[in-house]
Design a protein around this ligand. Structure first.
Ligand code: UGA
Length: 437
């Protein structure tokens, strides 16, 4: 294989992982970010995001084939540039392209000085059409070049999960290459194949060649499908609970049907994170903008809002928490991360505060991120301390340490435990309610 020279614009969660993984595949990589602190940390081998295996990759490759800079001119020495900046949500759920467009413009200004062909690869999550209608014109205007002449733009979405980003990159289910520049896709595709050849050799992952619009939609369809699967099993689970049926036994059995599949069938408190809700809302907004009413996608979000409410209603069945301590166990949107974006713990906390409870919350790593949102609730430094004297506990994150809780429940004033993640071992000492079992 011939090593490529790649630049990566944006060193957030996707970009920081991508840069290190590309270097590990044998490429020469420069991460470009406008944030000086981020660049310094990357160059010191200390990436600003916590992902298993990532520190090791930076230690291994910085000073050799991996470096970071704030200088866009670094792009000039590279064969291709990945755009990995964020596409945040607007008030109405549609995506805000301004960060992508600012990066595209700066990239275009830089490319004006490059004589050789350059490939631009959009990894940021974008609605179909945005690349052709907004990103390409921004690069063209700033560079003074036409797409298909000095450069091409491809779409290559990312499917990494938080907590397993390096592993997901290195062992992907698929590599999606979306191309269709004005001069035909051949040149862009050839370059992308060169970049991913070592990954295909290592992982055996299939390459999906498709158009840019399809590639952009594949990212949304992938996430929205998974979000829908969770909401569907949650809805089934809610009905199960009413009929005294264990939704997990049902899920285990239906998961054996290969058409359904065993993964993403854990019912409970619902999905959090920075992607499922945002991407579902973005697709809903895109559908409405095209005058299509997305009934099912609305329901996917609706069920996800229902789950924390049902946890609170189950609590109400056993205890009135007004004026009493109530414990929330788990604040991160899933175990293995300190990220609280979209966490189901926040609607649970809101519901408890609405009921006049004194909320005491515990999480092994996500307390600081929660404090920004809820500065006035009490934070405990252990699950045991949170449970002490509490009338009711709601379990929102599946941290392993919660599975070991036992005696700790006996210190509760009213030992009512509502489990939103099927992680607590029920005992005779507690009133235990599983959300969907
Ligand atoms: C998700 C996708 O899984 C990735 O493929 C995608 O690349 C990423 O979004 C993205 O677009 O960046 P992530 O949000 O990191 O990854 O986390 P997941 O592991 O998918 O979990 C999301 C939420 O769903 C969590 O709150 C989790 O607790 C919940 N979940 C997951 C369930 O409630 N039940 C399940 O069976 C599985």
């Amino acid at each position: 294989m011939e090593a490529m020279h790649a630049s990566v614009l944006g060193s957030g969660y996707v970009g920081a992982t991508l840069a290190a993984c590309l270097a590990d595949l044998g490429h020469d990589v420069t991460a470009v970010d406008i944030d000086k602190t981020v660049v310094e940390r990357l160059n010191a081998g200390d990436p600003p995001i916590a992902e298993p295996g990532l520190d090791e990759l930076y230690s291994k490759h910085v000073g050799d084939r991996l470096r970071a800079t704030t200088d866009y001119d670094a792009v000039l020495d590279t064969d291709l540039t990945f755009l990995t900046v964020q596409t945040p949500a607007r008030e109405d759920g549609s995506i805000d392209l301004s960060v992508v467009l600012a990066a595209a413009e700066q990239l275009g200004e830089t490319l004006a000085a490059k004589d050789d062909y350059h490939l631009v690869v959009v990894k940021s999550t974008v609605i179909p059409g945005m690349v052709e209608e907004e990103v390409v014109p921004a690069i063209e205007a700033a560079s003074g070049k036409r797409e298909g002449e000095g450069f091409d733009v491809a779409v290559n979405p990312e499917f990494q999960s938080q907590g397993s980003a390096v592993e997901d990159f290195m062992q992907p289910d698929k590599i999606v290459l979306g191309t269709d520049g004005d001069n035909g896709p051949d040149r862009a595709l050839a370059r992308l194949h060169e970049v991913y050849e070592p990954l295909v050799e290592r992982s055996g992952a299939p390459i999906v060649e498709t158009g840019r619009r399809e590639a952009a939609m594949i990212k949304y369809a992938n996430n929205v499908f998974l979000a829908s699967k969770i909401s569907l099993i949650n809805e089934i689970g809610n009905v199960c609970k009413e009929y005294d049926v264990d939704a997990y036994e049902v899920a285990d059995a239906i998961g054996l049907d290969e058409r359904i599949g065993a993964q993403f069938l854990r019912s409970g408190a619902g999905f959090g994170g920075s992607c499922f809700e945002k991407d579902t809302k973005a697709l809903i907004a895109a559908a409405r903008a095209a005058d299509y009413e997305p009934e099912l996608l609305d329901a996917v979000l609706g069920v996800n809002e229902t789950q924390p409410r049902r946890m609170l209603e189950l609590l109400d069945d056993h205890v009135d928490v007004a004026g009493k301590r109530a414990a929330v166990l788990g604040l991160a949107f899933k175990s293995g991360t300190d990220d609280t974006r979209g966490t189901r713990a926040f609607p649970v906390i809101d519901g408890l505060l609405d009921r006049g409870a004194e909320v005491v919350a515990y999480d092994p790593v996500a307390i600081e991120n929660t404090r920004e949102q809820y500065p006035d609730i009490e934070y405990a430094d252990s699950a045991a301390a949170a449970l002490d004297g509490a009338s009711g506990a709601l379990v929102v994150t599946d941290w392993d340490e919660f599975a070991a809780l036992d005696e700790e429940f006996t210190t509760m004033a009213e030992p009512v435990v509502i489990d939103g993640r099927r992680i607590i071992e029920p005992t005779d000492d507690i009133v235990y309610e599983g959300l969907t079992w």
